[in-house]
Design a protein. Sequence first.
Length: 100
Amino acid sequence: MPLNTVRIASTFMVTYGYSGTYMVIRFLLFAVSILAFFITGKYRGIAEYTGVSYAGIVLLAGYGLLICCDNWAFLGAGTILLTAGSRFFLKYIHKYYLWQ
């Protein structure tokens, strides 16, 4: 990942080259992982895995907002979404594996 330390973003992050490519790869990895949980939940009839996929969407929406936040509204919304998504993600995973 080529870093450009001369250019600093408004969020005080060091910019890097090929940012579009990295964003597409990150999105595809997120989409595949959420889709895998959803398909596994529907195929095997595991309601917790389906819940994990929905919680993952909320979690990743919060992550996306926090990555690009440069105002208070995005900071608040991203924090709430990331916290809620993480809480429900862990709740569903714990609920499933507690009884295995």
